[in-house]
Ligand binder design. Structure first.
Ligand code: ADP
Length: 515
């Protein structure tokens, strides 16, 4: 396979040039190597197969590869660790693009006093966690539910975690970026050479560019500054369990005012019973019937895990006397409400590590949910953003639930409470060995997006297969934002070689490839 529009001999010349820049041992072309960069969780892993991968060791080598790629017209797909499962993993939008694998770049620079890090893209959550633990540095991470990936890649894709630092993109402070022209820029205060405030003050002077490199293809991030949470004296909270599907609405209306006031500083995520069941068990342990799961099965699952129809974990972080008062206030908000169960959670400095993502400990076991249907499992995410209202959440839940039933899929959803919004994260779990089921997945996804679009809800993030679809619903003034994105793209990356098609942004050279 070769990149789009490139002949075998042109590609061979490009690969030879890449090898001269980074060492031939860091250019991967064998079928086995290339397959390692496929999206192993998607319905069809051949659809987005890259033609090769190249792994530079530092920003200078990234710069060299970008310059060569522009010269040879070879599109690159940058990844940090490529574990963006549910959204495409390491695979490019464009079949045949070359993966630019940054996982060898693993430098960590830490400012313990100010609680910041400057990271290269290859640093995984486990790497950074180990680094802090080994040095007994009292700073906490915020990790996503599956923490195999990199800190940088996750923040760039606007990943989320569970602590009060869980909006990862919001904690970015300063970047180093290689543009499509090969030029290296530093953003924020980093624009001043040798600035001691690069990781401390986000704005810099003039326009701020950090968010421009999130979910975009405007540059390749070779360093990212991030703020970390000072280890709190205490983490207190509750797991709230709710008995009925209809409890979703009032529970959100109870929690949202606390969220808006900043009393709850993390984003509580209210999810249904399948969240636990799919991670801990497989479907055939509960039923042999292929149709929608009936109430007896749902009841059995809930009983086994001692959970509600919905569950939400709320945690507060800080000095003990403050969080004790805070959790009392939160509990009072539920006085007189029909909560099924309130399970207190308490960790105070000096206790054994709490060990979960709630305290920033990386884990990977939640990925086991891909096994739910058996066979070669997979999943993709569907995540529209709603206003923070219980009624709208209920309506969204009912419409989506009906669609899950109609397409014969098992409902797996959560509503994450942002400061002024709800993100309705839905997992579509499937068995890739079941061709009949795989036929349904694509139609189901289109139906979900169509449904959200009628309400004018857009998705916050999406799988590489659906980037054009999701971008197309952002339609104000006949897609003015897309035109703006593509004007910027053409200006910063005139050869159009960085991640063509990412987030529906196509450079001039490949604009005809839009789905
Ligand atoms: P993770 O390492 O957390 O698994 P990925 O490497 O899968 O994350 O990247 C997530 C998304 O962000 C991908 O779509 C990728 O295109 C983009 N991305 C990752 N790293 C970079 C980077 N250093 N510069 C630009 N885009 C990146």
């Amino acid at each position: 396979m070769t990149p789009p529009g490139i002949s075998g001999s042109q590609f061979a010349a490009a690969l030879k040039a890449f090898g001269a820049a980074v060492g031939t041992a860091n250019v991967f072309v064998s079928d086995e190597d290339v397959l390692a960069y496929a999206d192993h969780y998607s319905p069809d892993e051949t659809k987005h197969l890259p033609s090769a991968a190249v792994a530079p060791a530092n920003a200078d080598e990234v710069q060299a590869i970008v310059t060569l790629a522009a010269e040879h017209k070879v599109p690159l797909w940058p990844i940090s660790r490529g574990k963006n499962f549910g959204y495409g993993g390491a695979a490019p939008v464009q079949k045949g693009a070359v993966v630019l694998d940054l996982s060898r770049m693993k430098k960590i620079e830490i400012d313990v006093q100010n609680g910041t890090v400057l990271l290269e893209p290859g640093v995984g959550f486990f790497d950074l966690y180990d680094y802090l633990q080994e040095r007994k540095i009292p700073l906490w991470l915020s990790v996503p539910g599956n923490s195999w990936g990199s800190v940088v890649g996750n923040a760039l894709d606007r990943g989320v975690g569970y602590t009060s630092y869980g909006d990862h993109a919001a904690r970015i402070c300063g970047m180093e970026v290689v543009l499509g022209t090969g030029e290296i820029v530093r953003t924020g205060m980093g624009a001043m050479a040798g600035s001691p405030t690069w990781q401390l003050y986000r704005n810099g002077f003039g326009p701020g560019w950090d968010t421009m490199f999130c979910q975009s293809n405007f540059g390749i991030v070779t360093k990212m500054g991030l703020w970390l949470m000072p280890e709190p004296e205490a983490m207190l909270g509750f797991d709230f369990e709710f008995d009925k599907p209809d409890d979703l609405g009032w529970a959100i209306d109870t929690l949202m005012p606390l969220r808006k006031q900043g009393i709850i500083q993390q984003a509580p995520s209210m999810g249904n019973w399948l969240r636990s069941a799919a991670v801990m068990t497989t479907r055939d342990q509960w039923t042999k019937s292929p149709g929608p799961l009936d109430e007896t099965v749902i009841t059995a699952i809930r009983k086994r895990f001692n959970i509600g129809w919905w569950s939400v974990q709320v945690r507060t972080y800080g000095p003990l006397e403050i969080v004790e008062a805070t959790v009392k206030h939160i509990k009072n908000a539920f006085n007189g409400r029909p909560v099924l169960d309130i399970k207190p959670a308490r960790w105070v400095r000096g206790d054994a590590a709490e060990g979960s993502p709630m305290s920033g400990v990386p884990v990977s076991f939640p990925l086991a949910n891909a096994n739910w249907f058996g066979g070669r499992g997979g999943h993709i995410g569907y995540s529209p953003v709603l206003p923070p209202s219980g009624d709208l959440a209920m309506a969204q839940f009912k419409r989506t639930y009906d669609l899950y039933q109609r397409f014969g899929m098992d409902y797996h959803a959560s509503f994450a409470m942002g400061e002024r919004s709800l993100t309705n994260v839905n997992q579509i779990l499937f068995n890739r060995n079941n061709p009949e089921m795989m036929q349904r997945v694509d139609k189901f996804f289109h139906a979900l997006v169509e449904d959200a679009t009628t309400k004018r809800y857009g998705e916050y993030r999406t799988h590489i297969d659906y980037m054009d679809l999701v971008a197309s619903v952002y339609d104000f003034n006949n897609g003015a934002q897309r035109r703006l994105n593509e004007r910027v793209k053409d200006a910063l990356d005139p050869a159009g070689i960085i991640a063509p098609g990412k987030s529906g942004i196509w450079p001039k050279a490949y604009r005809g490839d839009r789905a």
